[in-house]
Structures are given as structure tokens and as C-alpha cells.
Design a protein around this ligand. Sequence first.
Ligand SMILES: Cc1cc2nc3c(=O)[nH]c(=O)nc-3n(C[C@H](O)[C@H](O)[C@H](O)COP(=O)(O)OP(=O)(O)OC[C@H]3O[C@@H](n4cnc5c(N)ncnc54)[C@H](O)[C@@H]3O)c2cc1C
Ligand code: SF4
Ligand code: SF4
Length: 424
Amino acid sequence: MGDETITAAGKECILVVGGGISGITTALEAAEVGKEVILLEKAPYLGGRVARTYQYFPKLCPPTCGLEINFRRIKDNPRIHVLTLSEVEAVSGEPGAYEVTIRQNPRYVNEKCTACGDCAEACSLMIPNDFNLDMDQRKAAYLPFSMAFPMRYVLDPQILGTEDADKCKAACKYDAIDLDMQPQTLTAKVGAIVVATGWRPYDAKKLDTLGFGRFPNVITNVMMERIASPNGPTEGKILRPSDKKPVESVIFAQCAGSRDENHLAYCSGVCCLASMKEAAFVLEQNPAAKIKIFYIDIRAMGKLEDFYNKFKDDERVEFIKGKVAKIEEDAATQDPIVEAEDTLSGQKIRAQADMVVLATGMEPSTAAERLPMDVAYDEFGFVVSDGSQKGIYAAGCAKRPVDVACSLQDATGAALKAIQCLRR
Ligand SMILES: Cc1cc2nc3c(=O)[nH]c(=O)nc-3n(C[C@H](O)[C@H](O)[C@H](O)COP(=O)(O)OP(=O)(O)OC[C@H]3O[C@@H](n4cnc5c(N)ncnc54)[C@H](O)[C@@H]3O)c2cc1C
Ligand code: SF4
Ligand code: SF4
């Protein structure tokens, strides 16, 4: 199904806003029982944050396998209408009969694209690579990632009016580049809406005592996912940013900004496990590496506790109960130096390592950008979806910080609620 047209809409149609794992799952669950679905995503590709994750805990398997299966299911289902580069502009109406105005931004590449890559070859303009959190650059004509859905190149708007734009167009044998493409306004009639707009990492620059942005070897957990990924900025080699040296020692600072009234007052629930997983990435590449994890409490619920127990017994991984209060830098080596208090012994600790990873939490995408529709938010900006509001439901991290397994369960529940709303 192309991503420029809405071919079906109306009472029997559900709009899903956000094409991460929660939105994809909601769309599939609803479409596979016969409902029409519009799956709307503001990025040029589906997959959300998990597309940028190297491996999932607890099994340490790549998310690409699951995504690939889901992309195939979407491709094979004519009832799912995918709109990328799109956002909701306005919603009117009531449960069972909404009218939605959608803005779709231009990709400058049409459906004739075969993903041959000739435009990228011809392009010399480089731009920051937001897929890799700006840790490297990419061509202004690009495929977001190797198994992107839709499998179609994108031209960044910065290329317009440059010689590179003309070179890209000339390089395309398939007449797939349209430099005159304009934003489109689309209207859809839908019976129910599911908000699956997910999360974004808490801005580590706000944690002024922890040195992020000042010290190059202080990074965040989401940066670590990209660094460890074969399609990341260092092709999967875990090198410290300042001198590209393979890391021999890494400190993980848990609750960086989380469970803190001045930042995120809540626990994100996944970042303890994410740090252990990322410690495993380091140990896989360098089995002699030394890891220290500074924590307040370890959150690993249910079956996930086994994952924690495995690390607890590994002598290369030291768990220290104490929150990191401050990070400085050794001027000679650029090693970060961590200060904390070991709450079990009462001792002040100073520890130095090649690199520090801040376990920043998950903030709802809607914390900063409210949606133009009648939804309630809690004090942190998560969408309230407690069943009291009919017609508009939320799934996954739009609702609360959760892992992928919970996102899937949540999405299935949201699809059912939306289907029930259509039937009223
Ligand atoms: C460091 C880290 C590592 C993690 N590792 C794991 C792991 O190993 N295993 C695990 O189970 N979980 C892990 N998680 C959690 C996992 O990332 C989330 O459970 C998952 O991303 C939730 O998916 P989602 O679809 O709800 O949200 P997202 O992945 O955030 O997807 C939301 C989508 O909505 C889109 N969107 C946002 N706003 C709009 C809008 N206004 N209009 C249209 N589209 C919009 C976004 O572009 C995005 O594509 C990790 C989390 C962190 C912080
Ligand atoms: S836009 Fe044209 S040149 Fe670029 S990848 Fe697509 S088909 Fe190939
Ligand atoms: S999951 Fe762990 S690191 Fe994340 S906020 Fe909760 S306790 Fe802190």
C-alpha cells in the first residue's frame, strides 16, 4: 500500500497515531480481524524507538526479526494504509464519527523508488544522522535504515535548491525523485483513534552535574544502543567517543534524572535492564572489561529477575548501591570520574572509567507536544487511557513507560477497545 493516499475511511476505520511497535501492533490486530486502519507516523519509516535498539533484553535478540515479520504482515494486508511523514492537524466529531485532518510532509521520492541507492551515490551533501542521534552524518539522500518500511529513499529538505538535488534527480533512472513535491492535507473519517506516540529520551543536558555535552565520554543509554549496532556510527564497535579507543571499563549511572522531583519523578521501569543488557554488549566485545553499575534500586520484575541474577553473579560486573551525584573529567585522559556515596557502607566513592553511560529515563512524546485532539494527560504528559474516555485510546509508552512485551499487550487491548467503539 502506498503512503500517499487514504483509500478507505469511515465508521469502520481506526486511526493509529504513531508507527512504533505499539502502533504497528494495534494496526495489525485491528486489520487482521477485518477493520480498516490508517497507520500514521511522523518519521519517514515505521518501527519507532525499537528500530534503533541493538538487541532486546532478556534474550538479547535483534528487534529486526520481529519488525521484519510485522512489516511483511502490513505489506500483505490491504486494510492497513500507512502514511509516513504525517501528523494529525485537527480532529472533530465524536466517538464512532471523527473527521481527522492530516498533514503529510514531502519525501521528495515517489512510489517508483526501487531503493537502488543511485541518488545517495550521486549526493555529496552530508547532514547529521538523527537515526544515530547525530553521532555521525549521512547523505541528504538516504534510506533511513537497511530494512526500512516503506523501503523507499528520502530526500532531506536541506537538499532543495542545491546542485546535489539536481544530481540526485539526474541519477535516478526510475523517475522517482520529485523535487516539487508539496505538503498535502488529507482528510479521513474514522470511528476510533489509538494514540501510540511513544517516548523520547529525557534530555541529559538538563542534568548539569553529570557532564553530558561537556565530557565526550559521558554518553546516554540510547547512544549506547546505536554505538553497539552494526548500522550505528562505529559499525558496532564500542569505542569511546573522544579517541575511538575500545572500552576496557564502563560505569553505568542508573536513575540519571529519574525518580527525581527536579526531572522525571517516576521510574521508567526498563533502564535497569537496559544497562545490564548494554553491559553485556561491552562484555561480548571485550570479555576482560570491568563494569560498575551505580543504582538506587534494581527494577527487574517477574521473569526478568533471572536476567539480573545472571549479572549479579558475574564478577566482572560490580553493583554499587548509591546514586551518582557528580561526574568530573580527568583532563589528561578524558576519563570521566564518578562521585557517589555507597549507601550500604556509607563510604564516599570516586571511580574512574573509560566511559560513563547515563541511564536516562523515558519521557512521553506528548510531554512537549500535545496532540490536537481531546485527550487527557497526567502530570508528566502521558496520555490518560483508563476507559473513562470513549473513542480515543492510548497504547504503549504514550501511556506509561513500558518494555516491548507490555507494549504488545497494551496495543492488543487498545485495538480491542477501538473495535468495540466502532461497533457501538
Ligand atoms: C535505553 C533503552 C533500551 C531499551 N531496550 C529495550 C529492550 O531491550 N527490550 C524491551 O522490551 N524494551 C526496551 N526498551 C523499551 C522500548 O524502547 C519501548 O517499550 C518501545 O519503544 C515502546 O514502543 P512504542 O511504540 O510505545 O513507542 P516508540 O518506540 O517511541 O514509537 C512511537 C512512534 O510514534 C511516532 N510519533 C511520535 N509522535 C507522533 C505524532 N505526533 N504523530 C505521528 N507519529 C508520532 C514516533 O516517531 C515513533 O515512531 C528500551 C528503552 C530504553 C530507554
Ligand atoms: S530515488 Fe531513484 S535513485 Fe534514489 S533509490 Fe529510489 S529509485 Fe534509486
Ligand atoms: S528502571 Fe532502574 S534506572 Fe530506570 S528509573 Fe527505575 S530504578 Fe532507575
